[in-house]
Design a protein around this ligand. Structure first.
Ligand SMILES: Cc1cc2c(cc1C)N(C[C@H](O)[C@H](O)[C@H](O)COP(=O)(O)O)c1[nH]c(=O)[nH]c(=O)c1N2
Length: 228
């Protein structure tokens, strides 16, 4: 293969059947991980590949608004776990009866068990104040950052690394813990670690919290509410 030169286009050959299958396999078997983390460290080159996958995400106006705080310090993790516990107690109180009981039985984070956590942030000023594509929807920078998270999540699946997204905390608790400036938005706390087993279906479905919706109910043809 000759080296690519800036400005040239490469042929967009379809993937081979095996490559295609691998992509769909990563998508279909990716799971949110809470309790299955193994203690094995993630080697630097693997973590680097995951971060590179995140960094290859699409972004509005190519602003690349993300940053990644890589957390291995047990004290910091303990602080995040405390933030989770406080918020989770508040969240549990919002449900009643059996639903609350079920909620309380769910494991919803793996902060202490996972060898690495990543805090993924969004800098709204990364590309100046006027950003191509963000003018009429200021949330586009955060949506771009979520694309980076999903890239990392899928790449991690291929590497045998589990990822668990934790969003049950007050943003200000994590901001203070990590020293994140006010103007930077916290998008995700991700727990990362090797796993040797994953649920075949979402754990929340397995545990009876909520089931996958039929795709047919979510697809509209030409107009909202019209079936194809
Ligand atoms: C933005 C966002 C935020 C969260 C999540 C996901 C996303 C996209 N998920 C994981 C979520 O519960 C999970 O994706 C669904 O239940 C579907 O399961 P699989 O991801 O397919 O395993 C999640 N899970 C959890 O246990 N604690 C949490 O705080 C969160 N927060």
């Amino acid at each position: 293969m000759r080296p690519s030169r800036r400005g040239e286009q490469a042929p967009a050959h379809p993937f081979s059947p095996a490559e295609k299958a691998a992509v769909y396999r990563a998508i279909e078997t990716r799971r949110d991980v809470r309790d299955q983390f193994l203690p094995d460290p993630i080697p630097e080159p693997v973590l680097r590949r995951l971060l590179q996958a995140a960094h290859n995400a699409p972004s509005v106006g190519f602003m690349q608004p993300w940053s990644f705080v890589v957390i291995r310090d047990a004290v910091v993790k303990a602080g995040a776990h405390q933030a989770f516990q406080r918020a989770n107690a508040e969240a549990a109180d919002l449900f009643e009866g059996e639903r609350q009981e079920l909620y309380r039985s769910l494991k919803l984070e793996g902060i202490l068990k996972a060898p690495v956590s990543l805090c993924v942030t969004c800098d709204p000023d990364r590309a100046g104040s006027v950003v191509l594509g963000r003018t009429h929807n200021p949330r586009m920078d955060v949506y771009s950052t979520v694309c980076a998270v999903q890239n990392l999540w899928l790449a991690a699946r291929a590497e045998g690394v589990g990822v668990g997204w934790v969003s049950i905390f007050h943003e200000d608790d994590i901001r203070a813990l990590l020293g994140i400036p006010d103007r930077i938005e916290i998008v995700a706390w991700l727990c990362l670690g090797y796993v040797d087993a994953l649920y075949e279906e979402p754990e929340l479905a397995v545990k009876g919290w909520r089931q996958r919706l039929p795709l047919e109910e979510l697809v509209h043809a030409d107009r909202w509410g019209q079936q194809g």
